[in-house]
Design a protein around this ligand. Structure first.
Ligand SMILES: [Zn+2]
Ligand SMILES: [Zn+2]
Length: 312
């Protein structure tokens, strides 16, 4: 959600002209040919031969349209530039032209509500869902790109979903947009259920019937100031990227790297979260699977301020 409408209009105009530059299939073929070439570079004649364009005038025209932004002229020929790479990366993510479905895949994790086995399922709406098919408990639901499915078996797809979701969440929680690199506003909020606020906003989208962590007493709302990225992240995810916390969890026999997100009770279980204060916000997150009582306090600045002392 970019904040200033005039900035947004200008950005849209600039981006529109950049997208228009790519509006001819020969131009995308030129980018793809350079991507496949050693050093992402080809001479004029090699490039023309690779894309198979017989009309020299047409080829020269379309290549010139890509010059200086997507493609640079060098002494040896033409070289793919960073924006050209990013265009190809976006295409390879598959979100513009692929729709695939995977699963259900049975996971090695039991449902925390009923003890049945959780399953992973990826659908053509681009959402990966880790759920219990028995009681309906939803551990995690998050968008995933079709690029994550290609050339992987089921176990590897599930592992890739875990890794990528962590990366997106930890980046956003640090205030950096994982999609556009812009500033992300973050707010620890307990207004999870209030109408029109917070989770209600995302539930108005068709993508989610109901936000998977709406039963948590608090979540972190994240909202990019620059692009359309906004969402809600379970508070327990904050514990994953703090070395002192990882050390304490390691002592408690919990390996936060080897254990998938949906098997970490402090991430997926609503019972792990206790709102200690609302002004300013302060939340305790309990490590439910630790052999002894272990909890951490997270404050309004999304920092772990220490181990929580159990309330007596
Ligand atoms: Zn269940
Ligand atoms: Zn962004």
């Amino acid at each position: 959600m970019a904040s200033d409408p005039s900035d947004r209009t200008q950005a849209a105009t600039d981006a529109e002209s950049a997208f228009m530059t790519l509006s001819h299939d020969l131009r995308l073929e030129i980018l793809l040919a350079l991507w496949d070439a050693p050093g992402f570079s080809l001479s004029f004649s090699e490039l023309r031969k690779t894309v198979g364009e017989r009309d020299s005038g047409s080829f020269t025209y379309h290549l010139s349209e890509l010059r200086d932004h997507f493609v640079a002229k060098t002494d040896e020929g033409y070289e793919l530039q960073y924006p050209g790479h990013r265009v190809l990366d976006a295409i390879q993510s598959g979100v513009f032209h692929e729709q695939v479905a995977v699963g259900p895949v049975e996971l090695d994790t039991d449902c925390r509500a009923c003890g049945e086995q959780l399953t992973f399922k990826y659908d053509t709406d681009y959402i990966a869902r880790v759920r219990c098919s028995d009681c309906g408990n939803r551990a995690i639901e998050w968008p995933f790109d079709p690029g994550g499915i290609a050339d992987r078996d089921d176990d590897a797809i599930v592992a890739a979903f875990d890794r990528r979701t962590r990366l997106i969440w930890s980046c956003a929680l640090d205030g950096v947009c994982p999609f556009c690199a812009g500033r992300v506003d973050r707010e620890l909020t307990s207004q999870v259920h209030e109408e029109g606020a917070c989770v209600g906003v995302i539930e108005q989208l068709d993508r989610y019937d109901e936000y998977f962590a709406r039963d948590h007493p608090a979540v972190v709302a994240v909202d990019c100031e620059r692009c359309s990225f906004y969402s809600f992240i379970p508070v327990g995810v904050v514990l994953l990227t703090r070395p002192a916390v990882s050390g304490r969890l390691h002592e408690a026999d919990i390996d936060v790297r080897a254990t998938p997100l949906w098997d970490l009770g402090f991430v997926v279980d609503a019972d792990a979260v206790t709102v200690r204060d609302t002004d300013p916000m302060c939340v305790d997150v309990s490590v439910l699977d630790a052999p002894e009582s272990l909890a951490f306090t997270i404050d309004a600045s999304i920092d772990v301020i220490g181990e929580a002392t159990p309330e007596t």
